[in-house]
Ligand binder design. Structure first.
Ligand code: PSU
Ligand code: MN
Length: 315
């Protein structure tokens, strides 16, 4: 008898992947450590519904009782999002989580790995991790970057969080061979704001154009990710003044409290949400929804390869 597979894949996801139907992977650290309760669970379930309404199968990914799972049930999502007894599970934590029976949310890095293992090539998140400010001395650089260097997925993200050193992150993405595409923009987005202050040299205007880049990558046998950088809607972005004020406050607070390692990003996000009186939270939810929707469109575009009439073309 073959050993039980290390990764559980739901029937929905397995069948869709096998049939070449569109699937989008969703991470769960945003549920367990990124958004406050109960908004975390409603946002996660909304994201799934949004995909289903668009004819796309959602594959929310996390770890339940030591089992990495691709295609969590609604109940599992609610459970992960309703308790403090959950871990933030990065790539290096996965073996420990399995051996010790943890439940928890998977980061972009761990989620991309599990998605790829299950044959899911499109993945949506809020904001990718990156190089933290002060990394020259702390060496704090998200494992998301290295993961994307070696996993041929497409990740939709609102750039990287402005809590990070965006310039250094872009340099690392270049070094690591990650293809970065601005979605209808030549400006790299800064998560809460449309403009991070840095440019992006390559851009696409449609989901079909993004899909074409993915296909070209695969034709070449390149094993790195494509990052589709989708700026938050202009009507939703955080006010510049508010952004600057709360960001400085958050960074200073983390410094004062000596926050380190995997606690850093959740600590900063939580501080921002409080200091902005929930405004940054609304932006986070809005940009996440938009990224999920765009991921769905790219997945549909990729799934329609070889069909006579790809979505968006006249019949
Ligand atoms: N996007 C959000 N909220 C989040 C994250 C992304 O809108 O909380 C999470 C992702 O799971 C990402 C993680 O992988 O933040 C980065 O953590 P770190 O900097 O410790 O690698
Ligand atoms: Mn870190």
């Amino acid at each position: 008898m073959p050993a039980a597979p290390a990764v559980a894949v739901s029937d929905d996801v397995r069948e869709a992947v096998a049939a070449g139907r569109p699937v989008v992977a969703l991470e769960t650290t945003i549920i367990t450590h990124g958004l406050p309760r109960p908004r975390n669970v409603t946002t996660a379930l909304d994201a799934e519904q949004l995909l289903r309404d668009a004819g796309v199968v959602p594959a929310t990914i996390g770890v339940v009782g030591g089992r990495p799972t691709v295609g969590l049930t609604g109940e599992e999502i609610e459970r992960l999002g309703s308790t403090d007894a959950v871990h933030k599970i990065g790539t290096r934590d996965l073996p420990v989580a399995m051996a010790q029976g943890w439940s928890g949310g998977t980061t972009v890095a761990a989620t991309a790995l599990l998605a790829h293992r299950a044959g899911v090539g499109v993945f949506a998140t809020g904001g990718l991790g990156g190089v933290h400010r002060g990394a020259a001395t702390t060496f704090d650089e998200s494992a998301d970057l290295v993961a994307l260097a070696g996993l041929p997925v497409l990740v939709v993200s609102a750039g990287v969080k402005s809590i990070l050193d965006v310039g250094a992150t872009l340099e690392r993405l270049e070094t690591l061979g990650v293809t970065v595409l601005g979605y209808r923009t030549a400006v790299f987005p800064g998560f809460y704001v449309r403009d991070s202050g840095f440019g992006v040299t390559d851009r696409v205007e449609t989901p079909a154009e993004a899909a074409a880049v993915v296909r070209a990558r695969d034709a070449l046998g390149l094993r790195s990710a494509v990052l589709l950088a989708n700026p938050v809607d202009a009507a939703e972005e955080l006010d510049d003044e508010v952004h600057r004020a709360v960001l400085d406050g958050a960074l200073a607070d983390a410094e004062t409290h000596g926050v380190r390692g995997k606690d850093t990003t959740p600590h900063l996000l939580d501080h921002l949400h409080r200091a902005s009186e929930g405004r940054s939270l609304e932006v986070n939810v809005a940009l996440y929804r938009a990224n999920v929707a765009l991921g769905g469109e790219v997945a549909r575009s990729l799934a329609f390869v070889g069909e006579l009439h790809p979505p968006g073309t006249a019949t």
